[in-house]
Structure formats: C-alpha cells, structure tokens
Design a protein around this ligand. Sequence first.
Ligand code: GLN
Length: 198
Amino acid sequence: MLRRLGADAVEVRKPEQLDGLDGLVVPGGESTTFMRLMRLYGLDEALRTFAGPVFGTCAGMIVLDRGHLDLMDLEVDRNAYGRQVASFEADLRLGNDEQPLRGVFIRAPRVRDHGPEVEVLAEHDGEPVLLRQGRFLVASFHPELTEDTRVHEMFLDRVREAAQPPVRVSGPVEGVRGNREVPPAESTSGYRSVNVRT
Ligand code: GLN
C-alpha cells in the first residue's frame, strides 16, 4: 500500500537498517515474538532513538504502549476481543468523512487507557481504535488489508512533512495519493522521494 502511494518501502530487521529512513511502520503480527526478536537484535533500543514518524498496526500498536517500548502514553490489552474466531470487521467513522472506513480486527488489542496527549481519530463501540500522539499513529485494526488508503495517507503525509532531504533518491515518485493528484513540489528538482521502512 505504501508503494502504491509513492513511498520507497524497505524491510527492517536490524538496527542499522533504520539509518536514513524517513518513517517506520511496525506492522501487525505477534507482539511477544516482536519483543523477543527486537531485544535479541537491539532493535528495541534503535526504535527508541528513531526520531521519525512511526505507524503501528495491531501488534505494532501493542509494542509501542507503556508496558512494552513505552513510546506512547497508551495502555493496551492484547487479544482483548477473545480468540481468533472472535476476529471481526466493522465500519468506522473517520473524522468528518462521509465514507466509512472498514476496520479489519484480527485478535486485536483494546486500548485500556491513554494520556491527554493522545488524540482519538476513530472509535469502535465507543472505544478508541485509531490514535495519534505527535509523530506516532496507531491502529488496533489492519488498514493494509482493505483497498482504502486513507490511514496510510495520513501516515505518509506526516512522513513527507518531517522528511529531511532524502539519503537515497530513487527518482521522482508517482506523486499520487489515493485518487488525488499531488501538486508538484516547490523545488525545480521535482518530487522528493520518501523512504519508509516497514
Ligand atoms: N494478537 C496479536 C498480539 O498479541 C496481535 C494480532 C495482530 O497483529 N493482528 O500480538
């Protein structure tokens, strides 16, 4: 989805692979395994010093909370909707958008508590499921599993805003966000590419 939106996305498994990146996605998966492997490779410390925008989905949201890497003022309960069979989909309201956002919840975490600096961007049954705190964006669902690009666009907007001149230039990016044309950048050198590590 990030590539479709014009980002240069690469995989990160080791701390040094974070160098030069403009943003980071901590994806869904299994948070206990993530934590174990991150500790083993020193990626936990590397994540603490990474200064760019971070987008966590599901397990990625869990590892950013107070009880794990403690990068967000958030407390999350793992697997709080029950077993795998209790996974579900639901339409969410995103800001003032007419069009609902389809949320795919797979053994999703539930937000038990969050601090005043955390902004709730979407809820399900009155509970926050999409939240932002400064450069951190987290979703308890999986926005990458639908065709709706709005959440990823939100993240990439932040990445583009925060991006330093790129370390690796991969040529002009597509310049398309979702269905909208992105106006050309101010500079005559064309679009700035965005490096995002997943
Ligand atoms: N249940 C997983 C965990 O606790 C998260 C599931 C997911 O990322 N879809 O880490």
